[in-house]
Ligand binder design. Structure first.
Ligand code: ATP
Ligand code: MG
Length: 423
């Protein structure tokens, strides 16, 4: 069939064999965030293009090349969200959640970036992120990092991920550093690639973020931001480092870590892995004390992170041999005869009322008895409950044990709930 419609390149279906790993990841994330008293916020997937241009920065890769932007029927320029901090801040200002308040928030959802699809890099992908407003000290930066470290531990992937941190200083220090950096790159202009030449004028710090292998030597030798920090930022940074050390969190200071978005100041961090090839960033974050004001709100400090769920899933499924198994079944209900067929759905409903956690799969459709038993076996259920018209007339059901070597038994329907409770 040549006219088959397929999914868009870089936008993936998450299939039934994969969703159990996703659900596991999502519930670990939800539970952990709840245990730190963070509250969920949900924003629209589409925002005005201007929001991202202003927040993320007009000369960033994201805004320059990666956004899905379109005019709606009203000729407003809209974009599918490429990140969620901008929308979160927008919502916070709009609903008066930020000024003179403390907010610890989290969100989870799909994002869109027009990138070259490859392993760990997609055009629709998912993030879980957290944002904290109204707190400016290194203590909250440390809390966010400790929380992510706890998540890796809970997921059993902590041995695969390491932490890199850096400080970007305040705006003035960054401006000074920017000048130093421009001088350095100008003196080595012949070594710059086209992207970097362009960034030299617009956003020279972003040259440090270049992934071009030919540029790495030049970048390694560049002047370091940490040597040009303002005093307040230097103290903030050393205090964060100290907190991480006393909590037993290992880290490396990566002076080239600037992150791909313009809104950061002071602390930036990234959790990286060597296990996923060049798509090694699993979680990134930092402080953005100027963003709320930049988006029209009253000055409010902010700090947050976002983690890429596809990359975490890739780490989890590398470990998890359970992959490929469908959701578990406890009880399969097979039935023979017209009355039994009608009764089986009702019986299943009764059992679900009594045992809300029990996973019951009822046979539906056609299939002789042998076929039903085969399906029951394949489902992975412990027990097959068999209803026949004959047995029903005696108000009885048969329990067949699919995993244990035990004779099947017949019990009365009235005793079924008690039997299940005791077994
Ligand atoms: P990278 O350096 O890999 O491009 P990034 O710095 O652009 O990542 P962020 O904007 O900080 O990424 O987003 C946070 C996280 O979201 C990343 O650490 C990564 O795990 C994930 N992520 C970013 N872009 C993609 C993508 N296109 N597909 C899948 N996951 C992504
Ligand atoms: Mg990127």
């Amino acid at each position: 069939m040549s006219n088959l419609i397929k999914a868009i390149r870089g936008m993936n279906d998450i299939l039934p064999t994969q969703t159990s790993v996703w659900q596991h990841l999502e519930s670990v994330l939800r539970d952990t965030l709840a245990s730190y008293c963070y509250n969920e916020i949900r924003m629209p997937i589409v925002e005005k293009t201007q929001l991202f241009a202003r927040a993320v920065g007009a000369s960033t890769d994201i805004v320059e090349k990666e956004m899905y932007t379109f005019d709606d029927r009203n000729d407003d320029s809209l974009s599918l969200r490429p990140e969620m901090t901008a929308g979160c801040v927008r919502a916070g200002i709009e609903h008066g959640l930020l000024y003179n308040q403390e907010q610890r928030l989290w969100y989870m959802g799909s994002l869109f970036r027009y990138e070259r699809p490859q392993k760990g890099r997609y055009r629709q992908f998912h993030q879980m992120g957290a944002e904290v407003f109204g707190l400016s000290g290194p203590d909250i930066d440390a809390e966010l990092i400790l929380m992510t470290a706890r998540i890796w531990k809970k997921l059993g992937i902590d041995h695969l991920i390491r932490l890199e941190i850096n400080s970007l200083g305040n705006a003035e220090a960054r401006q000074n550093y920017r000048n130093v950096l421009v001088d350095y790159f100008l003196a080595n202009k012949e070594l710059l690639d086209d992207d970097s030449l362009r960034r030299l004028e617009l956003n020279p710090l972003r040259i440090l973020d270049s992934k071009n292998p030919d540029m790495q030597e030049l970048i390694q030798a560049a002047p370091k931001l940490t040597e040009h920090l303002d005093e307040g930022s230097a103290t903030h940074f050393s205090s964060l480092c100290q907190r991480l050390e006393s909590a037993g969190i290992e880290y490396q200071i990566n002076t080239r870590l600037v992150r791909g978005l313009d809104y950061y100041n002071r602390t930036v961090f990234e959790w990286v892995t060597e296990a996923l090839g060049s798509q090694g960033a699993v979680c990134g974050g930092g402080r953005y004390d100027g963003l709320v004001e930049q988006l029209g709100g009253k000055t409010t400090p902010g700090v947050g992170f976002a983690m890429g769920l596809e990359r975490l899933i890739a780490l989890l499924t590398d470990l998890d041999e359970q992959q490929g198994l469908l959701g578990e079944v406890d009880l399969y209900i097979a039935r023979m005869g017209e009355k039994a067929e009608k009764k089986s759905l009702l019986l299943a409903e009764d059992l679900r009322n009594i045992f809300p956690g029990l996973k019951i799969l009822t046979h539906c459709g056609t299939g002789n008895f042998k076929k039903q038993l085969k399906k029951a076996d394949k489902s992975g259920a412990e027990i097959c409950l068999i209803l026949g018209d004959d047995e029903l007339s005696k108000n009885k059901v048969t329990l067949k044990f699919l995993r244990e070597h035990k004779e099947q038994i017949q019990i009365s329907i009235d005793q079924l709930a008690d039997w299940l409770k005791n077994n």
